[in-house]
Design a protein around this ligand. Structure first.
Ligand SMILES: [Zn+2]
Length: 83
């Protein structure tokens, strides 16, 4: 769902939950962001987000777009429901 151009392999077998790296989502001081702030990402996109040389702001933009697509999929697939 992160889909970084030129990086993404679109390989569903390598998909992991990429936690947000943003302070406002709880990341920082050795803490991981809350589990509700995740974007499904292939291995390559996840690596780029965590260790890539891309600007932080650009990583945040890619993560955010992936987060939105992930949330939509979670609702469509019934993983998340409104009670
Ligand atoms: Zn990818």
């Amino acid at each position: 769902m992160v889909q970084i151009p030129g990086i993404c392999t679109n390989n569903p077998e390598t998909v992991v939950a990429a936690h947000s790296n943003q302070l406002r989502h709880g990341k920082g001081g050795g803490l991981k962001a809350h589990d509700c702030f995740i974007a499904w990402a292939c291995y390559s996109c996840h690596s780029e987000l965590d260790q890539g040389k891309m600007r932080y702001e650009q990583k945040c933009d890619y993560w955010q777009a992936g987060f939105e697509r992930t949330m939509l999929q979670m609702f469509l697939q019934g993983i998340v429901k409104v009670s």
